[in-house]
Ligand binder design. Structure first.
Ligand code: ARG
Length: 258
């Protein structure tokens, strides 16, 4: 019995490492982000959400000079006084500006089983000055059609198993998939894909653990918030995002009143 478990573990480890060494090989444990090193000027809305000890745990997007959009599931473990946000740096551990958090609120309809309404608003304790490295991104009011190229970025892990998080920002281009397509029989999620979700897919390209809360951007607008996925970059399992267009009214309203 133990030997069986051991060989499964060994096989999994081999696949994960092999897919790292040979990103072109079609292992089930695809290498994410399969991304490229990114400059913060290319993604100046990208922020790192961290504990006050400086440990990054989620991404976020600056949407005005004192407001960050992130995922509701990112905001379940800490109080506002235990959080900080780093902006304007491609490194999650140095550079840019570190600002404390005045308040946050996650969507009251967030459901951790269904993963619906997976969005939250964070208010910074002081507004930031926008520069070439720190810039708010508009919220999409319509989600572009399936097949539209979109870029996802973050400091998340580079594969699902046994991969660490890079210190420097990575990004990857993926194709948007509207909920009706993502939930279709072309993929394996079925009715897990709800109306407040949008997906994005690419061959061995995806967001992964630690990218959550971060931006999916198309046509210069925030279209999605990294939410969940079965594995990372697994065939038949696109990355799933909170759909900004359908949650836009809640986001704007909460940003105004919080
Ligand atoms: N839930 C993950 C996080 O907390 C993000 C997962 C995204 N997964 C994916 N395959 N796109 O960081």
């Amino acid at each position: 019995m133990n030997r069986v478990i051991l060989s499964v573990v060994a096989l999994v480890a081999f696949c994960a490492c092999a897919s790292q060494a040979h990103p072109d090989m079609d292992f089930p444990f695809g290498r994410i982000v399969n991304g490229d090193a990114a400059e913060i000027e290319t993604h100046p809305y990208q922020v790192s959400i961290q504990t006050t000890k400086g440990s990054h745990f989620c991404g976020g997007s600056l949407v005005d000079d004192d407001t960050v959009v992130t995922a509701a599931h990112c905001m379940q473990s800490y109080g506002a006084d235990e959080l900080q946000v780093r902006l304007g740096s491609k490194s999650r551990s140095s550079g840019g500006e570190v600002v404390s958090v005045r308040a946050f609120k996650f969507h009251e309809g967030y459901n951790s089983k269904l993963m619906i309404n997976d969005v939250a608003i964070i208010k910074l304790s002081t507004p930031v000055r926008q520069t070439s490295k720190i810039r708010a991104i508009p919220l999409a009011s319509v989600t572009p059609p399936s097949g539209t190229p979109a870029v996802v970025s973050g400091w998340g892990t580079t594969c699902f198993l046994f991969c660490s998080s890079p210190d420097t920002l990575l990004s990857v281009v993926v194709d948007l998939l509207l909920a009706k397509d993502c939930g279709s029989s072309a993929f394996n999620y079925g009715d897990q894909i709800q109306d407040t979700m949008v997906c994005a897919t690419g061959e061995k390209k995806d967001a992964c653990q630690g990218d959550s809360g971060g931006p999916l951007v198309a046509n210069g607008e925030l279209v999605g918030v990294v939410s969940w996925g079965n594995g990372c970059a697994w065939t038949g399992y696109p990355g799933v995002y909170a759909d900004v267009a359908s949650l836009r009214a809640w986001l704007l309203d909460t940003a105004k009143t919080l």
